[in-house]
Design a protein around this ligand. Structure first.
Ligand code: FES
Length: 358
């Protein structure tokens, strides 16, 4: 993954709901390749707000075939970046944007005939709509079923766009809305996508055994509910893809554990590779993790959430061992292949070598 930031101009702002807007960037010809993306991936945006650098990840809401670079930002209470982006950002402004990354994606193939199922909640629809559009375009023989939970009909992002997609791909795209604070005639569609609702849905509307892959993105409790409901029905975890947003902060207990470990690792030397260069870096207990120790030594190691969810700070351990607190942003396969989240990791002993380029 390239960690380069590029300054991009905001070409257009689209008000999706009262508290969510999409930002479309103008991509100059020379950066077209750098900003090629896979469906479901995200961008890290960097801005200076009130004199402080703030970075956040936002998912792309478009299919690669649409030829646009567009993310959706939902305003969250007290969210510095999301409030600023919804209130102050204007067309013509420039933002620093990191090249697309993320593993919440799928290789769609023209000759495949699959059934995909997604559980989305609130702004968790953003990477999911990118996957849906791509599946509709790239896999004409495949179907997609979406279960989409929201507070009320006013807060449904992409309501119209989803309806249009459904009409255009009749028989291939099924969309079921669940509203927590509004009621409609069919009881199944009232209420939140909690565990009981996910169980009901999997009994009544899809056969989990027949679906190729499941995509889950939304608030933490909804994601846990959908995942548990699928696992309880015997769905193998490698068919379940989960994208966690930064809203889920790692538990305090994990952070305390990280601090405790840091104290014992003060001064250990690590070998860090970044952008093809190898540097010896001392671990700093005050920095508290490998990422911040590297940055303290002057290496521009990449990060966005610093909460273990976005995987922007991912690196591979080439030798030695680490202790990792939160690891939401990594798949089991990535962990097995030696990848760590450096914002959540502390070296265990001398001889640690990590590679950000791997
Ligand atoms: S910076 Fe997001 S997981 Fe480390």
């Amino acid at each position: 993954m390239s960690v380069t930031f590029h300054s991009l101009e905001v070409a257009e702002l689209v008000e999706e709901t009262a508290d969510a807007r999409s930002i479309r960037f103008r991509v100059p010809e020379g950066l077209r390749d750098a900003f090629r993306f896979r469906p479901g991936q995200h961008l890290t945006l960097k801005a200076e707000i009130g004199g402080e650098e703030v970075r956040r990840n936002y998912s792309l809401c478009v299919a690669p075939e649409e030829g646009e670079l567009k993310v959706t930002v939902k305003r969250i209470a007290g969210g510095r970046f999301s409030t600023w982006a919804n209130e102050a950002l204007k067309p013509g402004d420039r933002l620093d944007v990191m090249e697309p990354h993320g593993s919440f994606t799928h290789d769609f193939r023209a000759d495949a005939a699959n059934h995909y199922v997604a559980f989305a909640g609130g702004s968790g629809i953003t990477p999911v709509i990118s996957l849906i559009k791509t599946a509709m375009i790239e896999e004409p023989g495949s179907r997609f079923t979406l279960f989409y939970g929201n507070r009320d009909s006013q807060s449904v992002i992409f309501l119209e766009e989803l309806a249009k997609l459904k009409n255009r791909h009749m028989g291939r795209l099924e969309i079921h809305h669940f509203l927590a604070e509004e009621s409609e005639d069919i009881e199944l569609f009232n209420g939140m996508l909690d565990r009981a609702k996910c169980d009901e849905v999997l009994e009544a509307l899809v056969d989990p055994a027949e679906a190729t892959a499941f995509f889950i993105c939304g608030p933490g409790p909804m994601m846990d509910a959908a995942e548990q409901a699928l696992l309880a029905r015997g769905v193998a975890s490698d068919r379940i893809h989960i994208e966690r947003f930064t809203a889920d902060r790692p538990a305090e207990a994990l952070q305390a554990q990280l601090q405790e470990l840091s104290r014992g690792s003060e001064g250990l030397t690590m070998l860090v590779t970044l952008d093809g260069r190898k540097r010896r870096v001392p671990f700093s207990a005050e920095a508290g993790n490998i990422l911040d120790s590297a940055r303290l030594s002057g290496l521009p190691a990449p990060f966005a959430c610093k909460a273990g969810v976005c995987a922007t700070c991912r690196a591979r351990v080439l030798s030695g061992e680490v202790e990792m607190a939160a690891r939401y942003g990594l798949t089991d396969d990535e962990v097995a292949s030696g990848y760590i989240l450096t914002c959540q990791s502390v070296p265990k002993g001398e001889g640690l070598e990590v590679d950000y380029d791997a």
